[in-house]
Structure formats: structure tokens, C-alpha cells
Design a protein. Sequence first.
Length: 303
Amino acid sequence: MVALSPEFRKSNSLATGYAGALVTVFIWATWIIATRHSSGTHLGTIDLGLIRYGVPALVLAPVWLKTGLIPRDVPLALLTIMVCGAGALFFQVTTFAIHSTPASAVGVLLGGSMPLAAALIGVVVFGERPDLTRWLGLGSIVAGLAILLVLALNSHEITWVSFVFLPLGALLWAGYTHAFKRSGLTAMQGGALIAVWSFLIHVGLALTFGSTILEVPLPELGLQFLSQGVLSGLAAMLAYGIAVRSLGGSQAAAFSALTPVLAALGGAIFLDEPVGVWEIVAALITGLGVALSTGILSHRARG
């Protein structure tokens, strides 16, 4: 049996992390489009939450039944941050804002803010020290997001709700990223616990405030079942967990800076939102920032 070298295992782990992060951002962009589309239906944020977390809670039931709802080896504080940061609170905060915000602006204020929030938490709370390459990458991301944000502001289609709730959602997700990294859970275990707790919370909300899920036509319900439940709730959660395990919290979160570009393109194709030269320029600058801030070029230079 051939023994694998540490360098090979590390390279394979990085490739797996990059793949997981890319899959995640593609699904996130799809989620933004689908959630924005749902604003014109009878589905409310509670209904979407039931779908989003009900599917993975059911599929991953063997996992959370084995770990227990509160695993003994995971500090309760970390579990709470994870459930709030990637679960019910995150979903209600962001979905409420997405329903009144153009997809391109959602990409800027939510997806674009995630790597910055994760880097800030890493530096301030955990004493991380990004190298010069990563700082330049974060600066490029800020420049790309600034262009997209100016374009969004000029459209006069976003309000204070977007500016308050979407960055708040990004901060919650960044908190989850660092908490999961330190929880010791696998991607499947973390996704299962977040799903079941968030589903239970949404059941409570539905019993308290009501639900219109039974009034929605089957085609629309099927679209949200695929986007919210299968892709966002299950596939993206697992893929992102793999990315965090392989790359680290700040580096995995940096890939979310691609979300504004994909959301703008998706908005143009599916929601008739315009994409011009400046959107393309912002895409190139942001893409460069992602490459730098994730450390891809640093790894290659050392290799």
C-alpha cells in the first residue's frame, strides 16, 4: 500500500475546500434569485424556512439522532452561534430583506460582506494575522463591492432595510463560520444540527403566526423545495462545512465575494435586472480579490 505524502494530502485537502466553496457560492446565488422570486407568491418567510430546514432535517435525521440535539463535546455557546448564524435567525433576517431588495444589491450587501465580516472576527476575536496578499485581496473585494454598491444606490431601489438587515446577516454567517471551525463537528453533523433546530424554531413560528404553504401552487412549491431545501438547506450547508474544514473560516468565507457577480448575472437573466460595463469591471476586481484573499496565489508561490 502506497503511503501518501503530507504535501499530497494537504494539496488534496485544499482542492476539496476550493471545490466546496465554489459549489456553495453558486448555490447561494441561485438561492438569492429564488428567494427574490418568492416575494411575488403566497410564500412567506416562515413558509420558506420550513422548506429550507425541513428537507435537510429529514434527510440528515440519522445524523442528529446519533449526535443528540445538544452534543456533549460541543460547548452550548458554539452550538447557539451556529444555529443563529446559519439557521433560523440568519434566514429570517436575510429573507425579509431580500424580498424588498434587487438581486444585484443583495449580492453586494450580503455575499460581499461575508468575507469582510469573517476576516474582522478572525483578527479581532481570534488574533488571526492575514498576510499582505490577503489584505490586498480584501481591499480588492472592497473596491469591487463599492462599484456594485454605487450602481445599486443610483437605482434608488434599496432602502434602509437592505442596508441594516443584509450586513447583519453577513455578520451572523461569519460568526457561524468561526464557531463551526472550532466546534469539532463534521460538515454533516453541523448541517444536521442547524437544520433540525432551525426547523423546530420555524414550526413554532408557524404555529404562532400561521402558514400559507398549503395555498401555494405545486410548481412554485417545487421550485422552492429544490432551491431552498435540497440546494441551499442541504447541499450548500454540507459543501460550505467541507470548505471551512479544509481552508479555515476566513478563507472559506472569502469565496462568498463571488456571490455579487453571480447574483447580478442571475438577476439579469431571470429577473430582467440590467448588467452593464461597470458590473463586469466589478466582477473582475472582485474575482481578483477572492483569488488573493483565499491564499490561492500564496500557496502556489510557496509551492
